[in-house]
Design a protein around this ligand. Structure first.
Ligand code: ADP
Length: 395
């Protein structure tokens, strides 16, 4: 059987990230992003065999942008495109695994949009465009929340009156599940442990950040909740704040719900604390130059992250390793060092040289000799989505 290719699509409200994933080769045959869709300066950037190209597509919507890259994708796949895998952020309690897209599953994703009004409608735009452009290809949805459907009830319930859960789905769901599955399987492979008989703490640190406790191949707790706002400090999201902050801001400053939502999701986190940037590279450079806001943002980020990991350790019977992943987790030796320094009670300690050199896509252990394992494992959500898509096609 010729090797198979899956197109992976991750759609935002004004962007589409795409990657052509080959089942046997790690590097993407083709990958890119269409951004600022719907505006005059909409454009698509892609790379193939190390060559980068861009094209302006004024006023292109999701479908027009996908139609533009379609011939490139088909050529790169050598007419061996077997299916399309879509990232969908929220699957609610309905989806405990990836599913084939048909009218019923699309209706269920639409019904879940009340839980993720910023994300699921955008994901559906990509699904709709792809089905119209590739009507004969099987298409699959892979959910960020699905991996966390194994959380025990004591981890997923909020201390709120039960009808809010039973009638309105107010509970903790968790996100980044595709990444957690990928890196914890990789960690088990790297260490020779069985995935289904190993226990991991994981910190996924990208623009969004969260932590997870994984036991015997299942998520047992995670820091994000009903929405991706709960938990640790992120690029522009606050993470945990006192829930009364909402009423405090409304009462004392007269702020609307929309203003408070924008504050907590788009103006807080590293950006809000530093007053400078949501980008960790920028903050590390500014800290070097003595910028007080950047220094504080990094201190708060690491302390809150360590606190969250310590909390997650309650869900583990033993610790086989702490995994760092995501752009910050894979590249920032500083953040890893400062976070682990707060976790002495877990006996964690890093080897400075291994920590400094395990960056830019390198994977491996970075703990000091005689201390519990700490691993850097680059995530690859696109690959996991492609593997899930192929598994469903084979089923
Ligand atoms: P996304 O969640 O959008 O996929 P990424 O996983 O790419 O995001 O992570 C983006 C974050 O990773 C940014 O804060 C960026 O500054 C950070 N990052 C990337 N490279 C480095 C680096 N060398 N040092 C520190 N932070 C880095």
């Amino acid at each position: 059987m010729p090797a198979r290719n899956i197109l992976v699509i991750n759609c935002g409200s004004s962007s589409i990230k795409f990657a052509l994933v080959h089942e046997d080769h790690e590097p993407f045959a083709l990958s890119g992003i269409a951004e600022r869709l719907g505006s005059t300066d909409a454009q698509v950037h892609w790379q193939q065999d190390g060559n980068k190209q861009s094209l302006l597509l004024p006023h292109a919507d999701h479908r027009a942008a996908l139609a533009q890259v379609l011939p490139l994708i088909q050529a790169a796949a050598g007419d061996q495109l077997q299916g399309i895998g879509h990232r969908v952020v929220h699957g609610g309690e309905h989806f405990t695994a990836a599913c084939l897209l048909d009218n019923a599953s699309i209706a269920a994703i639409r019904a879940t949009a009340t839980l993720a009004p910023l994300h699921n409608p955008a994901n559906l735009l990509g699904i709709d465009a792809a089905i119209k452009l590739f009507p004969s290809l099987p298409q699959v949805a892979v959910f960020d929340t699905a991996f966390h459907q194994t959380l025990p009830e004591h981890a997923y319930r909020y201390a709120l009156p039960e009808p809010l859960y039973r009638e309105h789905g107010v509970r903790r769901y968790g996100f980044h599940g595709t990444s957690y599955r990928f890196v914890s399987q990789r960690a088990a492979e790297m260490t020779g442990l069985a995935f289904t008989a190993s226990s991991w703490l994981v910190a996924h640190l990208g623009n969004g950040c969260s932590t997870c406790a994984i036991v015997d191949g299942q998520s047992r707790d995670t820091s994000m909740g009903l929405t991706p706002l709960e938990g640790v400090v992120m690029g522009t999201r606050s993470g945990d704040v006192d829930p009364n902050l909402h009423s405090h801001l409304a009462r004392t400053l007269g702020w609307s719900l929309e203003q408070i939502e924008t504050l907590l999701n788009k103006e807080s986190g590293l950006l809000g604390l530093s007053g400078l940037s949501n980008d960790m590279r920028t903050l590390e450079q500014a800290r070097e130059q003595g910028h007080t806001g950047a220094t504080l943002a990094i201190e708060v980020f690491c302390y809150r992250l360590a606190k969250s990991l310590a909390a997650m350790s309650c869900a583990l019977p033993q610790l086989d390793g702490l995994i760092f992943t995501g752009g910050i987790g894979e590249n920032s030796a500083l953040i890893r060092r400062k976070t682990v320094a707060h976790l002495k009670l877990l006996n964690l300690s890093l080897d400075d040289q291994a920590n400094a050199s395990t960056v830019r896509g390198a994977a491996g252990p970075i703990q000091a000799h005689g201390h519990p394992r700490v691993l850097v494992v680059p995530t690859n959500e696109e690959r996991q989505i492609a593997l899930d898509t192929l598994a469903l096609l084979d089923a």
